[in-house]
Design a protein. Structure first.
Length: 128
């Protein structure tokens, strides 16, 4: 999923619910935006989602609210068709390392190095 899709998650009250937190649990941004996620952040910073780790239904519902799925459709799941809402939520992130890549025993002249990153919005580091 895209980072932007996750940052749009909403709590049951409909308010944006993703916070950027420091290692002490203090909010750095509430709600968090893409601009808040930058290279100057600390490796101990993390995102706090509107639903806690064991609440899988709450996690799903917060994501669906964020991509503007009507509450009636969320409540009707799994018998509801979510395809009109989830079409554009996926994203691939990559870094083009250029042609200066190398590895032992291989000829890399003219090769291009691409590094892919996958963002798992529900891949919690820990639970508060």
């Amino acid at each position: 999923m895209s980072v932007q899709s996750v940052l749009q998650e909403q709590g049951p009250d409909g308010r944006p619910g993703v916070q950027l937190m420091n290692k002490s649990g203090d909010p750095l941004a509430d709600p968090a935006t893409l601009a808040d996620l930058n290279a100057s952040g600390q490796t101990t910073d993390d995102l706090e989602y509107p639903a806690v780790l064991p609440d899988k239904t709450g996690q799903r519902d917060a994501f669906l609210r964020g991509i503007r799925v009507p509450e009636a459709t969320i409540n009707a799941w799994p018998n509801a068709d979510l395809s009109p809402y989830v079409r554009n939520t996926g994203q691939i992130y990559f870094h083009d390392g250029g042609t200066h890549c190398a590895y032992a025993g291989g000829k890399t002249v003219g090769d291009r190095a691409l590094q892919y990153w996958f963002f798992y919005g529900l891949n919690y580091r820990h639970e508060r």
